[in-house]
Design a protein around this ligand. Sequence first.
Ligand code: NAP
Length: 286
Amino acid sequence: MATSKILLITGVSSGFGRALAQEALDAGHTVVGTVRGEAARREFESLAAQGAKDAKDTRRAVGVVLDVTDFDAIDAVVAHVESSVGPVDVLVNNAGYGHEGIMEESPLSEMRRQFDVNVFGAVAMTKAVLPFMRERRRGHILNITSMGGHITMPGIAYYCGSKFALEGISEALGKEVALFGIAVTAVAPGSFRTDWAGRSMARTPRSIADYDAVFDPIRKAREEKSGKQPGNPKKAARAMLAAIGSEKPPAHLLLGSDALGLVRGKLSAFAEEIRAWETVTVSTDG
Ligand code: NAP
């Protein structure tokens, strides 16, 4: 990208957030990255020191300690970033995790936590950044959703619910802020080699034997596949930088051939179902 930007990325300790931060720093951008502890903050800031041209250059990686569910802290954190680092050109709502569990087995508290982090956290960050971007009449917000924001499978109902919610919010918000020169992109990755299915995943223990046949093979396969997924986070980061550098960023961006195949399959099955039930659908007018 030609011009240097300030990116605010949530969750830069590992996975997509870390890869995007690294690629953005390498491309000459400034990255403010949120992490959840002091050691992680120092470790993140040391990223810019690697390959820095001078002392000023090392200040292009700024770590901020923030849990995105600490809703009351977010406005002040963003205002501080704006005054101490500079105008946030790009907000990347990346922080999130996967809850895995059969819906009937999984307590509502797990669903609340899933939505607090994946949906409310992203919305709270967005609401904090928007007044600044609106005032400047420019900005770009990327929400990292998932192919699970378009397609579903048994055992991740809460996760899919949260990512469908973020897809819908992103799309509607994009229509609200386009006139102000602000773009919103929902980025939906397929399966990538991050910590998502490993240390970060919340797995509800099994309790209802009726679901063994439908769910046990899925849980086992996901555990076995962790670390061997087809997607490369570094390449995802480059794709996100391309979207950030675009004159006309997309409202939706799928990442990975698995996401492409599965989402296309879903859309054609949906079109077929709409066609099959069209007579009933239109029978309710009048
Ligand atoms: P990851 O390696 O586990 O990274 C998740 C990041 O989010 C970590 O930095 C983590 O911080 C942070 N985080 C989690 N909960 C947080 C909270 N309450 N407040 C602040 N930060 C929090 O996994 P990832 O795959 O890169 O995940 C990034 C995003 O991509 C998530 O939204 C995920 O749902 C989405 N995604 C992943 C895949 C995939 O296959 N990997 C596919 C589709 C979508 P800590 O280190 O402190 O835990």
